[in-house]
Design a protein around this ligand. Structure first.
Ligand SMILES: *Cc1c(COP(=O)(O)O)cnc(C)c1O
Length: 356
């Protein structure tokens, strides 16, 4: 039975559906009938070749169902159980993966780099914070730092510039740490920076990227891209053991083909980012609204009066109130319509007016 589409929301970019290009590829893959399983199909070959072309390097690529698995398995492949991973206090791997990275690595500890710099308030790790975590203890009783994990775009809707990624990778190299990038919103970061994707990954010193597809318009599926192929030794077995090897792999990989063709991934991200800018422009001067920082990707973080939040929720709007201590998170998606932004902004202004 057909349903009328529900109202668009700002709770997360994973509330959105599948983008037409990805869906069409899925249908094409289905129309191709019986195909080899477990990734031995033409679609998986093609999407992998396209990712190599996109990054201009002979990387090793794996597909898993979700971001938690991508991050957890990638980190596990970089660590022994006695190693540790340096990350920001707001990192998804720390706050939202239910201990997955520790579990899949058999106990590698996440070392949260507390820091009161402006960059840290924007959800970023800094070279100084990394240096501090590495040098404060070197003894055998401390889990040996082995990886730096950064999120691009960050959990607070900001984006590391090319120089920031380079500086982090440089300190990592000096301290013999591998660099992992949680790119659940990698597309949004590339769209913001307007740089070639290689510039903020392997050319800057990133060893492995978890390239998010779901939030950018896929139904399911993230690509794990190893720029340092040696780090992917036996990774296929790790994926299988974790229950992340799709037997009908083509239905994960084919949508990547549609997404990568004609720069659809970038178009989706640019649109989501533009909607966040539209929302920011519409609400930043509303009395009672305190936008925490200008959006650099597809989310606006703002403190709102409690009564305004209650009114908006009562009016049916869904969004999170306290993500990473960053106030209300208003997340735009690849399909967010300008009319939805305008309607929400109008309701928000009325709710703040009533709260004043
Ligand atoms: C959404 C997200 C993920 C992946 O989450 P899953 O629900 O496991 O797919 C990873 N990192 C960040 C920063 C995210 O926002």
């Amino acid at each position: 039975m057909p349903h009328r589409p529900a109202r668009q929301q700002f709770a997360s970019d994973n509330l959105a559906g599948i983008c037409p290009a990805a869906l069409q590829s899925m249908l094409d893959a289905d129309a191709s009938g019986h195909q080899p399983a477990y990734g031995d199909d033409v679609w998986t070959q093609k999407s992998t070749d396209m990712l190599r072309e996109l990054f201009q390097t002979d990387c090793d690529v794996y597909y898993v169902f979700n971001g938690t698995a991508a991050n957890s398995l990638a980190l596990a492949s970089l660590c022994q159980s006695y190693h540790s991973v340096i990350c920001s206090p707001v990192a998804h791997i720390e706050t939202d993966e239910c201990g997955g990275p520790e579990f899949f690595s058999n106990g590698s500890k996440l070392l949260v780099a507390e820091d009161d710099s402006d960059a840290a308030r924007q959800g970023k790790l800094t070279p100084d914070a990394i240096e501090h975590m590495v040098t404060r203890r070197r003894d055998i009783h401390y889990p040996k730092p082995k990886v730096v994990s950064i999120t691009q775009a960050t959990e607070l809707g900001t984006v590391y510039g090319v120089d920031e990624v380079r500086a982090i990778a440089a300190i990592a190299k000096r301290r013999q740490l591998k660099v992992h990038m949680d790119g659940a919103r990698f597309a949004n970061a590339v769209a913001t920076l307007g740089v070639h994707p290689s510039e903020i990954t392997w050319r800057a010193g990133v060893d492995v990227l978890c390239f998010g597809g779901t939030k950018n318009g896929l139904a399911v599926g993230e690509a794990i891209v190893f720029f340092d192929r040696e780090l992917a030794t036996d990774f296929a077995w790790r994926v299988k053991q974790a229950g992340q090897l799709a037997s009908k792999m083509r239905f994960i990989s084919a949508p990547w083909v549609g997404m990568l063709e004609n720069d659809n991934w970038l178009r989706n991200a640019r649109h989501a980012n533009a909607m966040a800018q539209r929302l920011y422009q519409a609400i930043q001067r509303v009395p009672g609204v305190h936008v925490l920082h200008p959006p650099q990707a597809n989310a606006v973080f703002a403190q709102l009066p409690a009564t305004a939040i209650a009114r908006l929720h009562a009016a049916g709007w869904k969004f999170y109130e306290f993500i990473a201590g960053g106030g209300c998170r208003l997340m735009c998606a690849w399909d967010t319509q300008p009319e939805t932004v305008d309607a929400f902004a109008a309701d928000l202004a009325a709710a703040c007016d009533a709260a004043a």
